[in-house]
Design a protein around this ligand. Structure first.
Ligand SMILES: [Fe+2]
Ligand SMILES: [Fe+2]
Length: 200
């Protein structure tokens, strides 16, 4: 089944984002002094690298173009990693991004007409649970001693994520007819996501 140029672009963005996430997580695993965080960040890095591989395998299987993705304007969420100073900030940075993923992927899965894309999106939604869960538990665990720092980091990165996500919606909308229908579906679904806190 032929994919629209919009969906080809979006899938390439997913693949590149998974890989970018893996690299950031791996870098942090190398920096931390905590054995627990080293193990979890290494696992998380491997997970995102595997997700990147799943997308690139699908790109290869569907015989659609694999295109390099670089955020030259430094507008995307991952380009904001420069604002991350501490481990708490880094975990909040990852968590705020991943918290959006199941919503975004489920709207895309309902929208796409390609069964293989739909299948992979559903697989990744399921796999995202464990990523979200461990960081959420960790941040809740340290909230007692570092509550103000955690809350400040969450507020900061939620705002950045919100802003960059809306910019991304604008970019999806620029991808022609298909981009407009996907952006419309995502915008229509936003009400169900907005207001859902990363934790209770
Ligand atoms: Fe992922
Ligand atoms: Fe993830």
């Amino acid at each position: 089944m032929v994919l629209s140029q919009a969906e080809v672009f979006i899938i390439n963005r997913y693949a590149a984002s998974e890989l970018a996430g893996a690299l950031l997580l791996g870098k942090k695993a190398r920096e931390t002094d905590s054995p627990y965080l080293r193990r979890m960040l290494t696992w998380h890095c491997a997970e995102e690298a595997r997700h990147g591989m799943l997308w690139y395998n699908l790109i290869n299987e569907l015989q659609i173009p694999s295109v390099p993705m670089h955020d030259e304007q430094k507008e995307g969420y991952f380009s904001k990693a420069g604002y991350v100073k501490t481990m708490v900030e880094f975990l909040a940075f990852v968590h705020c991004y991943e918290h959006r993923v199941p919503f975004h992927f489920s709207v895309h899965a309902d929208w796409t007409t390609n069964s293989r894309v739909k299948e992979l999106l559903h697989q990744l939604i399921r796999e995202e649970d464990a990523h979200i869960d461990w960081i959420k538990k960790y941040l809740i665990g340290i909230e007692k001693t570092e509550g103000a720092t955690v809350r400040e980091a969450m507020v900061k990165f939620r705002a950045i994520e919100e802003e960059t996500y809306h910019e991304d919606l604008g970019k999806i909308r620029m991808l022609g007819k298909e981009g407009i229908t996907l952006a419309d579906a995502l915008t229509a679904g936003l009400a169900s996501f907005t207001g859902v806190r990363p934790w209770g």
